[in-house]
Design a protein around this ligand. Sequence first.
Ligand code: ATP
Ligand code: MG
Length: 285
Amino acid sequence: MKIIAVTNIKGGVGKTTTAVNLAYLAAAGGARTLLWDLDAQGAATYTLQVEPGARLSARKLVAGRREPQEAIVASAYPRLHVLPADVSYRNFDVHLAARKRPTERLLKMSRTLREDYDTLFLDCPPGISLLTENVLRAADALVIPLVPTPLSLRMLTQLRAFVATEGWGDLKLLPFFSMVDRRRSLHRELIEGTRAEFPDLLATEVPYWSEIERVSVRRAPMPVIAPSGEAARLYQQLWAEVEARVGQQEPAPSATTAPVEPDWIAGDFAAAVEPAPNGIPGRTH
Ligand SMILES: Nc1ncnc2c1ncn2[C@@H]1O[C@H](COP(=O)(O)OP(=O)(O)OP(=O)(O)O)[C@@H](O)[C@H]1O
Ligand SMILES: [Mg+2]
């Protein structure tokens, strides 16, 4: 099972819209897919019109007293299941912090899903928290919607430095530009500059279109709303890129190949999350 997290420190950048569309496309392509809505706001759950069944609190999940399977619900689409958000997820960090090895709980919880699913999508809340570090540890890839602003790019630099510092060479970072308005010269300039600095950014750009905004109003993925439209085609292209990168084998991670970044960059990001306890091995799958 591959774990793909859709994440960004910033809110309102298109994470949920991306997670819903990519999860739909993964399932449509034949993969047994689970979308875990980790955001207490429950936007992904709402968008896929899923009614939560059994209530599964963050406290019980994190403590291992309940299994994620108990709350999984089928969506209206073949092979696409949803683990709905619970309002208690707003306190995820409190419960994580109370456990031993607090940064590895999500990885542990996801292990029981391996038999049943080929792909697990995580729709993450904005912010940097202990839950974020759990996501970084558990995921095989991070899909990062980037609105072209100087701050988004700074975040990407910090995140890369943090991942390198932790020695997580096998974690794939898949940023792409989201909510792009190519009529704006600032967007065009920032995109060009960032692509020069980070040549491995995904090629697909998702524009700021009211058609895409309707995903949250119509409460269905783009390929369902307008299967032959340009927006659906763009999400298909985005998924094809993500799928190809996630499936790619990379050389074994080596601490010596980690890029050297100024301390303050890595420090900035690391300070916001719980430090990994000593003696804990790196990300293991
Ligand atoms: N490409 C787009 N063009 C126009 N509107 C969009 C686009 N992508 C998302 N939106 C709209 O922008 C708003 C925020 O999108 P979304 O909920 O996907 O972002 P998010 O990063 O998950 O937000 P949050 O941080 O609150 O979880 C929603 O109203 C959504 O419909
Ligand atoms: Mg969201």
